[in-house]
Design a protein. Structure first.
Length: 307
């Protein structure tokens, strides 16, 4: 792979992926809504996706692979469908207009599985998806559109179904990002951390490992369809929260906010890594203490800049 386009390259996972690609000597062009200075970057608002502007960006980059990470995790069902499903269809139309046939890797989500998840059982890619949230529904629509495009055109398409990513500067709509932000924002050396149900286990994976796996899968020409991007490890969320508190050096009381508690959620959600292993890309073990320390340091530094 000599060249790649990364949509959403300024996002949490996108930044790490761009760095991993550049370390491998890949020429990277990113596409996003905001300007960027450190890479070749094309600014496109949503309306410009279905216009010659996207065609020109793709023709100029001549990518061997497109990593489509642009997406939206929060919003109304209509907003989520537009960003997560409609934009990818606009990308496919641009590829048809330009005649380009790069490999396509799209960021899917474990939220697509929904009620297919069985408590404590590793969920395989063959599970019949039954998403329960508007976000999961929109990501499943993206997956269906991508696989249909691959079947219709013969384009190698891979949906990387990502589980819970952990890493510095992770967004605060994710549980660990929210908890780290709450702790870092506490005045003085003590405070109260508001949580939901933290006595659950979730498959979590270092964002740097996600970037590495995406790069490896891009070079696997037989990797098509759907593959879980997960660690196969499901730490207790409470243990990670306790690590955050320890690294902060603060005296923190934990208080359950019942508005954050979801009803009837599985105690343990874990992804199957069998397919990753068969593809020759077994995920490395996640050092949870190490990644939580990085998250804590980054959030403390951000809090200091804001103050």
């Amino acid at each position: 792979m000599r060249s790649a386009v990364v949509t959403g390259g300024q996002g949490f996972i996108g930044r790490h992926l761009v760095g991993a690609l550049r370390q491998r000597g890949v020429a990277v062009t990113t596409i996003g809504r905001r300007p960027a200075a450190d890479v070749a970057h094309v600014v496109l608002d949503d309306a410009s996706w279905d216009s010659p502007a996207l065609d020109w960006a793709l023709e100029d980059a001549e990518p061997d692979c497109i990593f489509h990470l642009a997406g939206q995790a929060r919003g109304t069902p209509a907003e989520l469908t537009h960003t997560n499903a409609d934009l990818v269809r606009a990308l496919f139309r641009a590829l048809k207009r330009t005649g380009l046939r790069p490999r396509l890797i799209l960021a899917g989500s474990a939220a697509e599985y929904g009620s297919a998840i069985r408590d404590g059982e590793p969920v395989p890619e063959t599970a019949t998806c039954a998403p329960l949230s508007p976000y999961g529904v929109s990501k499943q629509a993206q997956t269906r559109a991508a696989l249909a495009y691959g079947d219709a055109t013969g384009t190698p398409v891979l949906v990387a179904r990502i589980f819970n990513a952990l890493g510095p500067d992770m967004p605060t709509h994710l549980a660990i990002g929210d908890f780290a932000n709450q702790i870092a924002s506490m005045p003085g050396h003590c405070g109260t951390l508001h949580v939901g149900n933290i006595d659950v286990r979730r498959d979590m994976i270092d964002v740097e490992h996600i970037a590495t796996l995406l790069c490896q899968l891009a070079d696997k020409r037989d990797a098509r369809g759907v593959v879980n991007i997960c660690s196969g490890q499901a730490p207790l969320l409470r243990d990670l929260v306790e690590m955050l508190i320890d690294f902060s050096g603060r005296k923190v009381d934990i208080e359950v906010d019942w508005s954050r508690v979801r009803g009837n959620e599985p105690r343990t959600i874990i992804g199957s890594t069998d397919l990753l292993e068969r593809l020759g890309c077994p995920p490395p073990p996640t050092n949870f203490q190490g990644v939580i320390a990085r998250i804590s340091r980054a959030m403390e530094q951000r809090a200091m800049r804001v103050s």
